[in-house]
Design a protein around this ligand. Structure first.
Ligand code: FAD
Length: 534
C-alpha cells in the first residue's frame, strides 16, 4: 500500500456487497478502488463445493460470533456464522437464491425509502443474475451471478411437493418470478458449468481482479473511519500487527455486514454518545439508532424417523459418499451440487394475507438438538424446517469495549414479540399437517421432535429452546429511511456526514420474506449506480 495511499473509493469488507461495489466501481478506469478484507483468500476448494458449507462453519473462514443469552430460549447463546474470507458470507452460505416478495420492497418505499419499491429494484435484480432459463420480464439472463435449479433428487422432496398440492397450497415453478407463494424446488447461486458455488467474489471480483485500478488487500482489519470534521477521509486498519491508513479521495464505503458495520461506526465515534463513552470511545457524531433494529429469521424443526433408507444418513458409508463425489464430478448432478434443502414452501398463516409469512424447507436428514454436542444424525430421519418470515422482534448490536479487535455484543431477542410467538406456533401446526398427508405415508416414522403434543405453552417453549434455529439472516442495524432516526438515507449516506455510506444487509429497513444474499447483492448494484451518479 505504501506506493499508493490514496484511492478514490475505500471499501471495507469483501462480502456480498463489497465484492459487487469493487467490481462495479472499478469498471471506470479513471477511478481507483481499494477493497480491504479482514479474512483471507477464498481459494480453498471446500468454498467452491456447495456441501463444503458444513466444514466451513466454525472454521477459520467464519467469525463465529457468540450472541448474548436469549431470554426466550432459556438463555441459549448462539454461535452465529459470518464469512471471514473474500466473498464474505456468500462464500460460506447455503447458496439459496431468493429475492423475497415484491411487496417487501413496496413496503420499504412506504417506510420512506424512496427509490426502493419493487419497480425500482427489479432492474437491479435482473442485472445481477444469469438465470439458467434466460431472461424475461422478471428474470435476468446476462448478469454475473449464475442462478440455477438444484440437481439432487430425493423422493422426500417429491412427497413434500405432493403433500403441498394435495392440501391446496399450490405449486410455483418460480418463486423469484410471477408466483412468489406455494411449494417449489429451490434455486441456488451455483454454476453447474464450473461445478462450484457462485459467490459474490466469483461473480463480481474475479472478473475485475486484473484491473490496475483495483487493489484487494486481504487480512486487513479496519479499525475505524478517519474523519476530518464531518467528512470521512479514509480508514485505519491493522495488517500483520501493524497499524496503517488509507485515504479516500471520494468516499468510504462500509460493507462489513449487519454485525460489524454498526460496530465499525461505533468504533469511529458514530452512535449513541453515552454508549460510546461507556466503551471508552470519544463520540464524534450522534446517531442513536446505530446497531438497533436487528432482525433475523427464526424457526425450528418438526422431525421424523424415516421408514426408507433415502436420507443423507446413508452417506455415512464412505463408498456411498465416494459415489456421490464421482457423480458430482462426472455428471454435475447429485447430492454435492447443492446444500440439500432442495424443496421449499412459502405459505400464509392466514389465507387473507397478501404475502406468505412462513417459509418451510424439507431437509432429508435428522439433526440433533442444538445443545447436543453431536449434531450429526444417528439414524434415518427427515425434518421440516420453518422460518417466520417478517418477525416483529428487534435486537441490537453494541460494543463490547473500545478494542477494535473485540467481537461485537449481539442480542437477537428472538420471539420477544407476541406475534412472532404466535406465528412460530402456527408454523409447527402447519408442518405437522403437511407431514400427516398421505404423500408421506411410505416415509413417515415416529415424530422425534417435538415428539409430544406441545399442547401447553411451557411444553412448546421447552421444545423451542431445545431446537432453536437462526436463518443466519441478520439485517437492519444501520437502517435506511427518510426519518431523523434512520442511520442512512435512501442514498445509503450516513446521516449528517459526508463521504461515508453503508452498503450491505444492515441497511434493510425490514427483513424481506426470503433469504438475504440476493437482496444484499441487489442493494450493492443499486448503490454502485448511485455512487457513480454522484
Ligand atoms: C452459514 C450461512 C448460511 C446462509 N445461507 C444463505 C442462503 O442460503 N441464501 C441466502 O440468500 N443467504 C444466506 N445467508 C445470508 C447471506 O449470505 C448474507 O445475508 C449476505 O452474505 C450478507 O452480505 P453482507 O455484504 O451484508 O455481509 P458479508 O457477506 O458477511 O460481508 C462482510 C465482510 O466484511 C468483512 N469484515 C467485517 N468486518 C471487517 C473489518 N473491520 N475490516 C475488514 N473487513 C471486515 C467480513 O470478513 C466479510 O467478508 C447465509 C449466511 C450464513 C452465514
Amino acid at each position: 500500500m505504501s506506493e499508493h495511499l490514496t484511492y478514490d473509493y475505500v471499501i471495507v469488507g469483501a462480502g456480498s456487497a463489497g465484492c459487487v461495489l469493487a467490481g462495479r466501481l472499478s469498471e471506470d478506469p479513471d477511478v481507483s478502488v481499494v477493497l480491504l478484507e479482514a479474512g483471507g483468500s477464498d481459494s480453498n476448494p471446500l468454498i467452491a463445493m456447495p456441501m463444503g458449507e458444513a466444514h466451513l462453519i466454525g472454521s477459520r473462514y467464519d467469525w463465529s460470533f457468540q450472541t448474548e443469552p436469549e431470554a426466550r430460549l432459556d438463555d441459549y447463546q448462539f454461535v452465529m456464522p459470518r464469512g471471514r474470507v473474500v466473498g464474505g458470507s456468500s462464500s460460506i452460505n447455503g447458496q439459496v437464491y431468493h429475492r423475497g416478495h415484491p411487496r417487501d420492497y413496496d413496503e420499504w418505499h412506504q417506510l420512506g425509502c424512496e427509490g426502493w419499491s419493487f419497480d425500482d429494484v427489479l432492474p437491479y435484480f435482473k442485472r445481477t443474475e444469469n438465470w439458467e432459463d434466460g431472461g424475461d420480464e422478471h428474470r435476468g439472463g446476462e448478469g454475473p451471478l449464475e442462478t440455477t435449479r438444484g440437481r439432487y433428487d430425493n423422493p422426500l422432496f417429491d412427497a413434500f411437493l405432493s403433500a403441498g398440492e394435495a392440501q391446496g397450497h399450490g405449486r410455483t415453478k418460480d418463486y423469484n418470478g410471477r408466483e412468489p407463494a406455494g411449494f417449489s424446488r429451490v434455486q441456488y447461486t451455483h454454476t453447474h458449468r464450473w461445478l462450484r458455488r457462485c459467490s459474490a467474489s466469483h461473480a463480481y471480483l474475479r472478473p475485475a481482479r486484473h484491473r490496475s485500478n483495483l487493489k484487494v488487500v486481504t487480512t486487513a482489519r479496519t479499525t475505524k473511519v478517519l474523519m476530518n470534521g464531518d467528512q470521512a477521509v479514509g480508514v485505519e486498519y491493522i495488517r500483520g500487527g501493524t497499524r496503517r491508513e488509507v485515504r479516500a479521495a471520494r468516499e468510504v464505503l462500509i460493507c462489513a455486514g449487519a454485525y460489524q458495520s454498526p460496530q465499525l461506526l461505533m468504533l469511529s465515534g458514530i452512535g449513541e454518545p453515552d454508549e460510546l463513552k461507556a466503551a471508552g470511545i470519544t463520540p464524534r457524531h450522534r446517531l442513536p439508532q446505530v446497531g438497533h433494529g436487528l432482525q433475523d429469521h427464526f424457526g425450528s424443526y418438526v422431525q421424523h424417523d424415516c421408514l426408507q433408507p433415502v436420507t443423507l444418513y446413508k452417506y455415512r458409508n464412505p463408498l456411498r459418499f465416494a459415489g456421490a463425489l464421482a457423480q458430482f464430478v462426472f455428471t454435475r448432478r447429485g447430492l454435492l451440487t447443492v446444500f440439500p434443502m432442495d424443496a421449499v414452501a412459502h405459505l400464509k398463516s392466514d389465507p387473507a394475507l397478501e404475502r406468505p409469512d412462513i417459509q418451510i424447507y424439507l431437509f432429508p436428514m435428522a439433526v440433533n438438538p442444538i445443545r447436543d454436542a453431536n449434531m450429526l444424525p444417528r439414524s434415518h430421519g427427515f425434518n421440516l424446517h420453518w422460518n417466520v418470515l417478517r418477525p416483529e422482534s428487534r435486537g441490537r448490536v453494541s460494543l463490547r469495549d473500545g478494542n477494535p479487535l473485540s467481537a461485537p455484543r449481539i442480542w437477537h431477542n428472538y420471539l420477544a414479540a407476541e406475534s412472532d410467538r404466535r406465528l412460530h406456533r402456527a408454523s409447527l401446526d402447519l408442518c405437522r399437517s403437511i407431514v400427516a398427508d398421505r404423500a408421506f405415508d411410505a416415509f413417515r416414522g415416529r415424530e422425534t421432535q417435538p415428539g409430544n403434543a406441545c399442547a401447553s405453552a411451557a411444553e412448546f417453549e421447552a421444545f423451542t429452546s431445545r431446537m432453536p434455529s437462526s436463518g443466519y439472516h441478520p439485517v437492519g442495524t444501520c437502517r435506511m429511511g427518510h426519518d431523523e432516526d434512520s442511520v442512512v438515507d435512501p442514498q445509503l449516506r450516513v446521516r449528517g456526514l459526508v463521504g461515508l455510506r453503508v452498503v450491505d444487509a444492515s441497511v434493510m429497513p425490514r427483513l424481506i420474506g426470503g433469504n438475504t444474499n440476493a437482496p444484499t447483492i441487489m442493494i450493492a448494484e443499486k448503490a454502485a449506480d448511485m455512487i457513480k451518479a454522484n
